[in-house]
Ligand binder design. Structure first.
Ligand SMILES: Cc1ncc(C[n+]2csc(CCOP(=O)(O)OP(=O)(O)O)c2C)c(N)n1
Length: 471
């Protein structure tokens, strides 16, 4: 028998370096059929070169091994957000969001609902197999009442787990969607109907008309624990009772092409800045080692900007650098911290549990982090903090009157610059002062009057250190 290759799909499945003509889907699974329907419509409509499929988390996570077009992976349930971003930056792209019922109906439902409400220009193909396939058959929002799954071993009970989610009907409450239809891939007749729905959804994309949603009732024999024929029969006999097939809305004939969403000034500024900003590439330097720093304090003390400044200086020095913030829930006055890693090699993890250098601007952060500092490390702590907590042996603690000095200089917000002065004077970042200064200047690019002011503050703090600290 000669195999007929589907144009638009890769010849072989090459996951893990293995070249095989077999699919990774189980026998009787609906995903393969739906993949093929999408591919055929994409090729027939001549949109393969501008199609981008957002692959989900779930059994279809490997979509990019099948579809020969643009592919992007999304975090669980976030395909509509990624699709929105693609749409707004690449106007000519045909965006497809391909998702299962766990991905779309559970963890990602609000993402879906909001994208549909905005009428984003995308085709959403929703595979409803009534179960979480990839993770071994847990209950999904679409699981039928009474249906047994690994997390509803006695059958779905509406009293505890609610009723099945009818996504098409929920989306039909919204004004923006152009087309919503539920189809099935349980047998040939149904597959032919599904084929028409896929084509229509993609025609709507080709013509720039907006949001199209197709739900597929799709068999999952493995997790139902039955053979392919029985799984298909379950779709036709049981699932269709709960999820009737048919078109829920079709405004494609009258819908006008959707105007492109204007690029907001923030997004525009971001792209312009990244075009202008030619960052020097990091260079491997085995001798440079790795330095891990943590900056901590209250929100509003400039802790995060201080970390950015050090990371930026490292970047100017062609080091690898990461900056990783963590905030408390409050906008001001809550705890704030950031981790910075500077290395001569690519960095494995941006989070810092045991810093070589710890900067503390308040008492809670000193008490929380001081014991974690590595032997041989340095703690620079604001002089207002009582040093009741002892640092580990071999760790140097340097009290710095950053807050007092900045108040004395009339710029109370600049205590972080005083801490930068301490880092420079102690030489603990391993970075050149010229780079730290350039990074400090760059942080005030939008407020040029502050550049000179902060240089003065820095000099003052360094003079204080020379006089008062045995360095
Ligand atoms: C944030 C996050 N939470 C949970 C998981 C685990 N997980 C992977 S796939 C999946 C369910 C997928 O089910 P569905 O969307 O129905 O797709 P199917 O596998 O049935 O095609 C879950 C919960 C994950 N990968 N990421």
């Amino acid at each position: 028998m000669t195999e007929k290759k589907t144009v638009g799909m890769y010849d072989v499945f090459s996951r893990s370096g293995k070249q095989t003509r077999a699919t990774h889907y189980c026998a009787g699974c609906g995903h393969g059929i739906i993949h093929k329907l999408i591919t055929e419509a994409m090729v027939e409509l001549g949109i393969q070169d501008r199609t981008v499929i957002v692959n989900p988390i779930g059994c279809a996570v490997f979509g990019y091994y099948y579809w020969d077009c643009g592919n992007v992976g999304a975090a669980h349930g976030r395909a509509p957000a990624i699709g929105t971003a693609i749409n707004r930056t690449r106007r000519d792209a045909v965006v497809i969001s391909y998702q299962g019922d766990g991905d779309l109906g559970a963890i990602g439902f609000n993402n879906t609902f909001q994208a549909a409400g905005r009428g984003e220009h995308m085709a959403v193909f929703f595979v409803n197999n009534a179960i979480y396939g990839m993770t071994g058959g847990q209950m999904a929002p679409t699981t039928l009442v009474g249906m047994k799954t690994t997390t509803s071993p006695f059958g779905r009970d509406p009293l505890t787990a609610g009723y099945p989610l009818h996504v098409c009907e929920v989306l039909n409450q919204l004004k923006a969607p152009v087309y919503i239809e539920r189809v099935s891939v349980a047998d040939t007749k149904r597959i032919m109907q599904a084929k028409r729905a896929v084509r229509k959804a993609l025609e709507i994309q080709r013509d720039g008309k907006g949001y199209a949603f197709v739900e597929f009732i799709s068999p999952c024999p493995t997790n139902l624990g039955v053979d392919s024929l029985k799984a298909a029969a379950f779709c036709a006999d049981e699932m269709e009772k709960e999820y009737p097939l048919g078109c829920v809305r079709d405004e494609s004939a009258t819908a006008e092409p959707r105007p492109p969403v204007p690029v907001t000034p923030t997004v525009k500024a971001f792209f312009e800045a990244s075009e202008q900003h030619q960052a020097p590439m990091a260079e491997i330097d085995e001798k440079a080692g790795e330095l891990r720093l943590k900056f901590t304090g209250f929100g509003g003390q400039g802790i995060l900007s201080l970390g950015v400044c050090v990371a930026e200086a490292a970047r100017l020095e062609k080091r690898f650098a990461t900056w990783f913030p963590s905030y408390g829930p409050e906008q001001r006055g809550g705890s704030a911290a950031c981790s910075v890693v500077i290395s001569g090699k690519p960095i494995g993890s941006p989070s810092v549990d045991h810093p070589d250098v710890l900067v503390c601007m308040n008492q809670p952060s000193y008490e929380r982090f001081v014991r974690d500092v590595r032997p041989g490390g340095t703690v620079i702590v604001d002089a207002t903090v009582p040093l009741a907590e002892k640092a580990p042996d071999g760790v140097r603690v340097v009290p710095m009157p950053a807050i007092d000095l900045s108040i004395k200089m009339g710029v109370p917000k600049a205590a972080n610059t005083m801490m930068l002065a301490a880092l420079m004077k102690l030489g603990v970042t391993g970075l050149k002062n010229e780079h730290l200064l350039s990074a400090l200047d760059a942080s005030f690019k939008k407020k040029p009057a502050l550049v000179e002011k902060n240089r003065l503050l820095l000099d003052e703090a360094q003079a204080w250190m020379e006089k008062n600290l045995p360095l």
